[in-house]
Design a protein around this ligand. Structure first.
Ligand code: SF4
Length: 382
């Protein structure tokens, strides 16, 4: 599909039916009738951040909720996750807070490290060694050296591209005060995942003031990166939700029909082997997005809230399984590392045996780890 045609389709031009049928056919061919999710706990390692994005409620200043988790806090969450059969510890954190907040540098010093990236590596190792749950690190902008630091303890990593357009950094736009959201820096981070051989999750954020053309350009850029690097294992298509205590609280959210076209467009433009993920807690009737070619619901926690969208609880896993089954698909838990990357090229050799031991014969999460019966045999879990 060429760029102009893709833009016309997103703008509501004729051909949407064909877009959806093509997207569903690509998904069926590449992924079958299995829809996955990652059974995870959420570790908000620090809610301090160097950037200010006008839709974000995650980041907070010191004294108003901006802080680091201590090693004891981190371990308590990870241990609860291990007990509930979780296979992913999602480290989500503000980007390089030590560049802005003296309190951040002070805390890091008290832990014997100089940067938040080093603290993420130390905490990832602690979680892996003490609980066996796989860290999936999202510490923001990274270079190859940062990925090499994390890779022995965090077999997969991620960072949303959000959007490729530098226009979103202009005055009055949501990333004006967010230096880490400079598209070139984010593309360089994704490129580093190819060089460092890290299975990588990225994605687009839809509805933050971008145009349909800028969505298409972002998806085309991710498609090119995926083809060239081989590291992109999944692309998240996430819809903006207006949060009460933000500057964008009155901004329009993407309408469901438009968002579904973006999801289908992602499925058509990205290579078939790249998983297309949509968070099920941000769309009321999320199962209709299966018609747009989705094959993954992303990280869903039986225990912790979605710290990025705390007002939107994750669906209960039984309900997620039932609604997915009603649409004609089997719901299966996966590891944070997709089957295609479970090999010595993409996983640190010291970790590969653990990853393979946690996977079943198809590369999804083994029932011996999650405690969840295989499809067709009954209960889906907590
Ligand atoms: S970089 Fe991330 S954590 Fe920081 S303000 Fe922006 S969205 Fe929030």
């Amino acid at each position: 599909m060429d760029r102009d045609h893709a833009i016309a389709l997103l703008e509501g031009g004729a051909g949407a039916e064909r877009l959806f049928s093509d997207a569903a056919a690509i998904r069926d061919e590449a992924w079958g009738r299995t829809v996955t999710y990652s059974r995870k706990v959420f570790i908000p390692l620090t809610t301090l951040c160097n950037s200010v994005c006008t839709y974000c409620t995650f980041a907070k200043p010191p004294g108003a909720g901006g802080e680091y988790l201590t090693p004891d806090d981190v371990l308590a969450i990870a241990r609860a996750g291990a007990a509930a059969g979780c296979t992913e510890a999602l480290f989500t954190l503000g980007d390089r807070p030590e560049l802005r907040w003296p309190q951040a540098a002070e805390f890091l010093g008290s832990q014997g490290v100089g940067t938040t990236m080093e603290y993420t590596a130390v905490m990832s190792r602690l979680v892996l060694e003490e609980t066996g749950v796989f860290p999936h690190a999202n510490p923001g902008v990274m270079d190859v050296a940062a990925m090499e630091l994390l890779r022995p303890h965090s077999p997969s990593m991620g960072m949303m591209l959000e959007n490729i357009s530098p226009r979103l950094r202009e005055p009055g736009m949501p990333h004006e005060k967010a230096p880490e959201k400079e598209p070139a820096l984010r593309v360089a981070t994704i490129e580093a995942s190819g060089a460092a051989k890290v299975p990588f999750t990225t994605g687009v954020l839809v509805g933050i003031g971008e145009t349909p053309a800028e969505v298409v350009d972002s998806l085309l850029a991710l498609a090119e990166l995926a083809e060239r690097l081989g590291s992109i294992q999944e692309v998240i298509v996430q819809n903006f939700r207006a949060k009460a205590d933000t500057r964008m609280r009155r901004s329009a959210e993407p309408v469901p029909a438009y968002f579904a076209r973006v999801v289908a467009m992602a499925r058509v433009l990205l290579p078939p082997e790249v998983s297309i993920q949509v968070p099920p807690n941000l769309t009321e009737r999320y199962e209709v997005l299966l018609d747009a070619g989705v094959n993954d619901w992303g990280g869903v926690s039986p225990l912790t809230i979605d710290w990025v969208n705390p007002e939107q609880p994750w669906p209960h896993l039984d309900e997620l399984g039932a609604r997915t089954a009603a649409a004609g698909f089997d719901l299966r838990p996966r590891l944070p590392i997709y089957p295609r990357h479970q090999n010595e090229e993409w996983v640190d050799l010291a970790l590969l045996d653990r990853v393979l031991a946690a996977a079943d014969e198809d590369g999804w999460a083994s029932s011996s780890v999650t405690g969840i019966a295989a499809p067709g045999t009954g209960v889906l879990g907590h």
